[in-house]
Design a protein around this ligand. Structure first.
Ligand code: 531
Length: 364
């Protein structure tokens, strides 16, 4: 190792400040459904699942897709934040995350036409109402298809207004629970994403048809959420940057939408893809979604997160070093190793970039 090597901190371990919030490094835990809640409640599982990744050195820990209403859950086991009783269990987790150096985030979600499904390990297919399922909502009465066969109810204006109110109420509860980073889930074919894509939105009113109309539901929801979420706390939006289907939503629409979201006070775009329709042909490979984060960062002049098949420290550091994204979010790699950031600092030759918790120091 040369002097130059030791002098230069890996880019992955540089601090990142967004509004009044500073992450200790560029590594975040991507929201990952645990399907382990009863009546939406966060449990000891969530404390250990999220808490161990803060102990492992993540700068940001985003709690899984958390439903703004019972109807908005993907499965009966989803986490939720539709009632005040949900606040304290999340607050307990957030206190632990902060004590261990991570910024606590939450992803607010409504599953739209993909709601009312069995947990993945119970088959993942739609549940009939008699089998513990419930009626679903979407921009248009078009089923997702395949095993998600339920025909959703096309939302009336009253439904649109109610769901937007649910996002606002969920935002206030997130704040009360001590969350400092809030993400709206507008990807993977869930409700907000369903409005964006012409494949799932075939409305003929002000919320469908043109690009301007399809983005209206998300922009209005964002505006309402931003109004109650503190200016100093980051508001982010996860997008599926492309449907991977000709004639569907694509990266250029995502760039223009990102500009509009920035104007509404969104601070970062979390760049994912797919999930709007079944059986897409996706060129999956290491970092396959990074080009979306890079393109949006440069074209819309907004901070971005890269996510999807990011696994090695060198790969993650390269993404940050070359300005392809501001942060990386890891999902499955964090399931394999909650201490990934501690290991990454050592693999990159800079153990000083992330000291271990004092209790673990003799092992690191
Ligand atoms: C995986 C997924 C990724 C990309 C497109 C569609 C699906 N997901 C995402 C999830 C839940 C489970 C599996 C969420 O975004 C909530």
């Amino acid at each position: 190792m040369t002097d130059t090597d030791t002098a230069a901190q890996p880019h992955l371990f540089q601090k990142f400040t967004l509004k009044s919030i500073t992450l200790r490094n560029r590594i975040g835990v991507s929201p990952m459904c645990q399907y382990s809640s009863e009546d939406g409640m966060a449990s000891d599982w969530h404390l250990v699942h999220l808490g161990s990744r803060a102990v492992g050195g993540a700068g940001l820990v985003i709690a899984e897709a958390t439903a703004v209403s019972p109807e908005g859950r993907i499965t009966p086991g989803d986490a939720g934040i539709w009632a005040d009783k949900h606040i304290e269990p999340i607050a307990r987790i957030n206190r632990f995350l902060k004590q261990n150096g991570a910024v606590p985030g939450i992803q607010l979600a409504h599953a739209g036409r993909k709601a009312s499904a069995a947990r993945p390990w119970e088959g993942g297919t739609h549940l009939a109402d008699e089998a513990g399922g419930w009626p679903t909502l979407a921009p248009s009465a078009i089923p997702f298809g395949g095993e998600l066969w339920k025909v959703p109810q096309a939302m009336a204006q009253a439904d649109i207004t109610r769901v937007q109110g649910e996002f606002v109420a969920a935002t206030k509860r997130s704040l009360a629970a001590g969350c400092e980073w809030l993400e709206l889930h507008s990807a993977h074919g869930y409700l907000l994403n369903e409005f964006l894509s012409p494949l799932s939105n075939q409305r003929s009113d002000a919320y469908g048809g043109s690009f301007e109309n399809r983005i209206r539901f998300l922009l209005e929801t964002t505006r309402a959420v931003r109004a109650v979420w503190p200016d100093g706390f980051p508001l982010t939006v996860r997008l599926s940057c492309t449907d991977w289907v000709p004639g569907g939503w694509d990266i250029e629409q995502s760039v223009e939408l990102s500009r509009r979201l920035k104007a509404e006070g969104v601070d970062l775009i979390d760049c994912s893809s797919g999930g709007t329709v079944p059986n897409m042909k996706i060129p999956i490979g290491p970092g396959y979604q990074v080009p979306f984060a890079e393109h949006i960062r440069h074209e819309a002049n907004i901070a971005t997160a890269a996510v999807g098949m990011i696994t090695t420290p060198a790969q993650a550091d390269e993404i940050i070093r070359h300005g392809r994204a501001d942060i990386v979010l890891l999902a499955r790699e964090f399931l394999r190793d909650p201490y990934w950031p501690l290991r990454a600092a050592r693999t990159l030759g800079h153990p000083e970039a992330l000291p271990p918790p004092i209790q673990y120091a003799r092992a690191w």
